[in-house]
Design a protein around this ligand. Sequence first.
Ligand code: GLA
Length: 388
Amino acid sequence: MKVMNTDAIIKEFSSEYEKTPDHIFFCPGRVNLIGEHIDYNGGKVMPCAISLGTWLAVSKNNNKQLRFSSLNFPEKADFHLQDSYSKTGKEWFNYPLGVINEIIQTGDAISGLDMLFYGNLPIGAGLSSSASIEVVTGFALNKLFRLNISEKNLALMGKKVENEFIGVNSGIMDQFAVVMGRKDQTILLNCDTLEFDYLPFKTGDYILAIINSNKERTLADSKYNERFEECGRALKALKKKLKVDNLCDISLSEFEENRHLINDPVLDKRALHVISENFRVGEARDALKNNDLVSFGKEMYASHQSLKDWYEVSGKELDTIVEFCKTYDDCIGARMTGAGFGGCAIALVKNNKLADFSSKLTKYYNGKIGYKCDVFASDIGDGVRKLH
Ligand code: GLA
């Protein structure tokens, strides 16, 4: 995973567009420590921005062209500036195009742009590569054309693009995290009200490892929308008696008393995950506040189990990683992170054991799955910003 410095990106931009970029922006990806699949259920989540992300070098042009190129993908695009755009195929540039479309729809005037993107997040691996490219685009246009879009609206705009332009019913967590991320802090976000707090993520003798299962998330979007819809049906059934707006407004004891209303074993499991996960986030927050990393790690393991058994969004690759972590003495917690169906897991591992952990896990994983997983340490970093 190459880190791009500004000089290197200027050089690449110059060879693509035969001029230097006016500016360079960077937006990170994120990991979610706990609180999975509950942002779209009005729950509380605990994401952090990481140091990997997406760079955007950009200049205005006077020929009313929107030009997209990337150092990661061979496809380029060149659109004449027009009143609206719609998604074209599955190409990467739909993400920035969706954001530009959204900005144009709100009535803001923009000029042509020459854009070069580079990302070092593994694509589609649950680290929010899509939120990262959406937000870096929105942030850049906000600065270039002085649009006065607030941080919160920047995140909401990314979510709208994901929901309406791309067609995934995702929640607000990813875009919010990559906008608001802060070095060495986790964000405790209430996805219903968008109120949030920072909590120092002090890991002491431990390090946050990211493990990429290298399993492609082929069914991720359709399965994600299916879970979204199942939660809606579970909520509807519970609303027959409970006066709530979201599944996460329901306590565990209220759920126990009323779960018979659901009358569908699959929806019952989905609701059980959502409501118990929201509860675990509270426990994890208290553990972190008390510097009790061991209890925090136990909540991570419990979260994974619930995602595996009740929400059914894990898979043998992610389960194999977490299964290994449980047997490794110097790992105190692990879970899948993000949407699931492949992608990444995170683990808390003793600092000085990371190399040993990594080689033993890779061997174990390869033996069970037939290909390798990648293990790397992650820094918790700041949110979207201008570099140049
Ligand atoms: C994806 C979505 C988020 C969230 C997670 C699961 O990353 O974009 O909104 O729902 O999955 O927690």
